[in-house]
Design a binder for this molecule. Structure first.
Ligand SMILES: Nc1nc2c(ncn2[C@@H]2O[C@H](COP(=O)(O)OP(=O)(O)OP(=O)(O)O)[C@@H](O)[C@H]2O)c(=O)[nH]1
Ligand SMILES: [Mg+2]
Length: 356
């Protein structure tokens, strides 16, 4: 929903169509009140791009007025649900609403759509929500806070991605969004593809839809890290050693556990305190001969010790031929996050809302 949501869903669908992890996202709708945003998408078919509020805002978006976003979504809801019913198949395990929480259309509309999907289908509904950065101001902060707390009453889980953490001041905004979206999307095909694996792709312990559904509760954060796998050149030509990083010098067991720990240390979608997470999910993906089960077990034990409970699920996902080893984490069930506190503070300073 909205511009950010549409762009990210478009990327996810591109992975689903052309990526290496199967049909991870079989049904994709882009819902927006801005015609130009819908036209800018590359992959989601035109018939699955839904323009809201044609009479009210005539294709120009709702200009950050989330009440207007909610209104145009309610008015167009019948159409949205009709198109969704037409596309949904028995293969759907869950629904994912992707949305920039600080905007207008997505922020106002996401709770409306989420509530309707909850009423109409029995599969869980999740949200990937983008938090605004500090310089986006009070209105976006208050939209994000309002939307988040509305959504938490409706949906099963919300993964937060903090633009404030990932912003780049040295680059133009368009490029910054591209880089953010590239990193943001990286772990998702792995996470969603792991349970769909067939034949040669079945891991020692498979992470499937059930694991994800049970690990993704309430406020959640995603973690990701990757490491280039060692090729035969690296192994037989010691003089190339100087090009290798310190992590390459570690034993296979320590390399693997360090990779997974790095997902929490430097690859989180939003800052959080591990000890406040109620649940964790850990996925190790890469070429079979690089998957080191001792390393995985070591990291899993570390995660069990780090979070508030011992509820850690996880597994491996063999990807022969991949040049990378990937670590994915879902940390879940936070009561609150420092970043949300900051945003509440910005929002509370009170900007007069624009009149509808
Ligand atoms: N990470 C990321 N954030 C984005 C992107 N596009 C917009 N945002 C953020 O999303 C928030 C604004 O949401 P939008 O999706 O643009 O708003 P909208 O739902 O289209 O609503 P209106 O434009 O007000 O009708 C801001 O915090 C932006 O920084 C993107 O491609 N990637
Ligand atoms: Mg917009």
């Amino acid at each position: 929903m909205g511009q950010a949501g549409g762009r990210i869903a478009d990327l996810l669908y591109r992975h689903s169509l052309y990526g290496d992890h199967g049909n991870i996202s079989p049904v994709n709708l882009a819902i927006n009140a801005a015609r130009a945003d819908l036209m800018g998408l590359r992959t989601i078919p035109k018939r699955d791009r839904i323009l809201l509020g044609q009479t009210e805002v005539r294709g120009h978006g709702v200009g950050l007025v989330r009440q207007m976003g909610a209104k145009v979504t309610k008015d167009g809801l019948h159409n949205v649900m009709h198109i969704m019913a037409d596309r949904v198949t028995e293969y759907v395990d869950a629904y994912l609403i992707v949305v920039g929480l600080g905007g207008g259309t997505g922020s106002g509309g996401a709770p409306v759509v989420a509530a309707e999907i909850k009423d109409s289908y029995h599969e869980p509904v999740f949200v990937l929500g983008i938090l605004p950065s500090d310089e986006e101001g009070k209105l976006m902060a208050s939209n994000a806070v309002e939307c988040l707390y509305e959504l938490l009453k409706i949906v099963d889980g919300i993964i937060l991605f903090d633009n404030n953490l990932w912003r780049r001041e040295d680059l133009p905004l368009e490029q910054t969004y591209k880089i953010m979206n590239y990193w943001l999307i990286k772990p998702l095909p792995l996470l969603l593809g792991a349970g769909e694996a067939t034949r040669d792709r079945v891991g020692i312990k498979v992470v499937d839809a059930g694991d994800i559904i049970n690990s993704w509760k309430g406020i959640s954060v995603l973690g990701y890290s990757e490491l280039k796998v060692r090729t035969w050149v690296d192994k037989i030509l010691p003089f190339l050693k100087r090009r290798r990083s310190s992590i390459d010098e570690l034993s296979p067991t320590l390399r693997t556990s360090t990779l997974l720990k790095n997902a929490a240390a430097s690859g989180l979608s939003c800052k959080c305190n591990l000890s406040e997470a109620q649940k964790g999910l850990m996925l190790l993906a890469g070429p079979r001969n690089e998957i080191n089960i001792e390393g995985y077990s070591l990291a899993r034990k570390w995660l069990e010790d780090s979070i508030a409970t011992e509820q850690v699920r996880g597994g491996d996902y063999p990807l022969d031929g991949d040049s990378m080893l990937h670590g994915v984490l879902v940390l879940s069930g936070f009561d609150d996050l420092a970043r949300l506190k900051d945003l509440r503070e910005v929002a509370a300073k009170g900007v007069p809302k624009p009149k509808m």
